[in-house]
Design a binder for this molecule. Structure first.
Ligand code: UDP
Ligand code: MG
Length: 316
């Protein structure tokens, strides 16, 4: 029988472990009866400091494993380690906080199984209208920058909640980027993908692990690992300012030589120094950002470290 792997990373989600156990039981039953699939559950403990692991061990049954990472590596890498541990013919990735509704999971599975020509079915969040306008504009701008001039397009608001065939999972695992920006990698891989809209449920318990700063950092990660547009646009601005400067200089020389006009000293000097200095500093910071990414890739450390793998067999 073909196997469906359910992969979910968690960080301090002890309060929703019980509900997650029920979720997997229902899923195991339904995928067997509706699609003839066996379910394998792979959870990843991304450095939880609470009782999550023992709660999950109590509430899961059937075929499950928990990859316990040695510390918090961040959701993107935790998800990677889970996919690497999974063995199924299909891999369904969800959040452990049950924000990804059950019916949508079923819809993703049935959409993929219904079409042999599809490799990936991803979900698209449809609740951006409820967010603050700064966040909405920020997100629009982000996708505008990142999609400019790429050969592939990152669909807006399509995240980690998706199902893929084994072949796609293998391709994803073969990408060894250290600083992983999943949304970008999914798009970079290509394949035949299809989006399904959904509205996330409220969290089963606890609070989001994403702070505003975390989101900003992730966006920067996405931009530096997938786009050279900021670098290029600053070069263009530099060239424009330089050319304007040449004309301005020429004008002053001509006026001074032909008409004997006084050359305005201090104000023009200050203006050019502050404009050029400002752009220089901004570009240096941006360059530093890209160099930092490069250093990370060059160090070639492993992506993650496993402390222990808990298995359903140990319990039995
Ligand atoms: N998560 C994780 N490691 C982290 C942060 C989050 O494994 O460093 C997990 C978290 O437990 C949850 C999922 O990733 O299962 C999504 O996180 P969260 O719900 O905080 O994000 P949001 O849904 O608010 O985008
Ligand atoms: Mg969540």
């Amino acid at each position: 029988m073909p196997v469906l792997s359910l992969v979910a990373p968690f960080l301090n989600e002890q309060a929703s472990a019980e509900a997650f156990g029920q979720f997997t039981r229902a899923l195991a039953r339904d995928v067997k009866s509706r699609f003839g699939l066996d379910l394998e559950v792979v959870l990843v403990d991304d450095g939880s400091t609470d009782d999550s692991i023992s709660r999950y061990r109590e509430s899961l049954d059937g075929n499950w494993r928990i990859v316990e990472l040695s510390r918090n590596f961040g959701k993107e890498i935790a998800l990677f380690s889970g996919i690497e541990e999974s063995r199924g013919d299909f891999v369904l990735t969800v959040d452990a906080d049950l924000q990804h509704p059950y019916e949508v999971c079923i819809e993703l599975i049935s959409t993929l199984l219904a079409d042999d020509d599809l490799d990936v079915v991803y979900s698209v969040r449809r609740d951006r209208m409820r967010e603050s306008w700064t966040k909405a504009i920020g997100s629009k701008l982000f996708y505008r920058v990142i999609n400019a001039g790429q050969r592939f397009d990152m669909p807006e608001n399509a995240g980690d909640f998706r199902i893929m065939r084994r072949q796609v999972a293998t391709a994803l695992l073969s990408i060894r980027d250290k600083r992983r920006f999943n949304k970008g990698l999914y798009a970079w891989m290509g394949f035949k993908q299809k989006g399904v809209p959904y509205i996330p449920a409220p969290r089963a318990a606890g609070e989001t692990k994403w702070s505003k700063r975390g989101l900003a950092a992730l966006s920067l990660e996405g931009i530096t690992s997938f786009s050279a547009l900021p670098l290029r646009s600053i070069s263009v601005v530099g060239v424009i300012i330089g050319v304007l400067g040449v004309f301005y200089g020429a004008e002053i020389i001509v006026e001074a030589l032909l008409f004997g006009t006084d050359v305005p000293g201090y104000p023009s000097l200050m203006a050019s120094i502050s404009v050029l200095g400002g752009f220089n500093l901004a570009l240096l910071g941006l360059l530093g950002e890209y160099i930092w990414v490069t250093i990370g890739e060059v160090k070639d450390r492993p992506l993650y470290v496993v402390r222990r793998i808990h298995r359903s067999d140990d319990v039995a």
